[in-house]
Write a protein that binds this ligand. Structure first.
Ligand SMILES: NC(=O)c1ccc[n+]([C@@H]2O[C@H](COP(=O)([O-])OP(=O)(O)OC[C@H]3O[C@@H](n4cnc5c(N)ncnc54)[C@H](OP(=O)(O)O)[C@@H]3O)[C@@H](O)[C@H]2O)c1
Length: 254
């Protein structure tokens, strides 16, 4: 359901990472329906094109990028801003999940989770700090998770990465405030996406029900998160910075 009208972000350019799937894809659609020109980033160019085909409005672009952490990421984003216009906002949704006991978490798993989620967030933030990339008064939203706020067996690495995202958002909020740029994270509970589907395949029916019932309002939809992102990016979030907006159907309430 579209909550905001097509004037809410009219004329603003927004970078969305993870735009080839799940939450990032829906955020791109929602932001475009709010009037934004969206720059879609992800690794899979075919699935980015599929998102592009779903976007209302005009002026959207593709920026296929592997965000697994090198300094070239910020350069690529800066080059895109020079070629196609500066960004009013960025929503960093890209990330991979990791469910495994700590004894099975080696440096490869650490690198995969932290590079796609935290190092990439750092690279995007650095890009936004470079001259001509982000408009003063804009907004940066980083995708986090209730896993950064609550413990769960098998989630230590993922939890650590999402807690790092929340910490990053707080300090960036202070650093970017002189330019009027707001920085927040969104801590989501379980949202029905391809990532969520693959997590459920590791659980039996009873465990799925137990997991669902921890969410007082049931599992969330990609729209639930996309609307929260649109709210934060636009005028609704004008006085909100340095916080994590919990969107979790009540998962963390008890
Ligand atoms: N679903 C949930 O229950 C849930 C809950 C809380 C938080 N989250 C977070 O929400 C975000 C989106 O999750 P989702 O459920 O929408 O997952 P998803 O459907 O699996 O989508 C993940 C996205 O991240 C991109 N990505 C992953 N690694 C990347 C890399 N190295 N470089 C560039 N892009 C990369 C993927 O792009 P390509 O496919 O093109 O590679 C894809 O677009 C993640 O940060 C996740 O941790 C999800």
């Amino acid at each position: 359901m579209q909550i905001f009208n097509e004037h809410y972000l009219a004329g603003k350019r927004v970078l969305v990472t993870g735009a080839s799937s799940g939450i990032g894809r829906q955020a791109a659609i929602t932001l475009a329906a709010c009037g934004a020109r969206v720059c879609l980033s992800g690794r899979d160019a075919g699935r980015l094109q599929a998102t592009l085909d779903l976007l209302p409005g005009a002026g959207h672009t593709l920026l296929p990028l592997d965000l697994n952490g090198d300094d070239g990421i910020a350069d690529a984003i800066q080059a895109d801003a020079k070629a196609s216009g500066s960004f009013f906002a960025a929503f960093h949704a890209a990330g991979v999940s990791m469910v495994r006991q700590v004894k099975l978490c080696k440096s490869k798993q650490f690198d995969d989770v932290f590079a796609s989620s935290v190092q990439s967030a750092m690279a995007i933030s650095r890009a936004m700090s470079l001259r001509g990339v982000m408009d003063d008064g804009g907004a940066l939203v980083l995708m986090s998770s209730v896993a950064g706020l609550r413990g769960q067996a098998g989630m230590s690495l993922y939890s650590a990465a999402k807690a790092a995202i929340d910490g990053l958002a707080r300090s960036l909020a202070v650093e970017f405030a002189p330019r009027g740029i707001r920085v927040n994270s969104v801590s989501a509970g379980a949202v029905e996406t391809p990532m969520h589907d693959s997590l459920l395949t590791t659980l039996n029916g009873e465990s799925v029900e137990a997991y669902r019932s921890k969410h007082l309002l049931g599992f969330g939809s990609v729209n639930d998160v996309a609307n929260a992102v649109a709210f934060l990016v636009g005028e609704g979030g004008r006085w909100i910075t340095g916080t994590s907006l919990v969107v979790d159907g009540g998962y963390t309430v008890r």
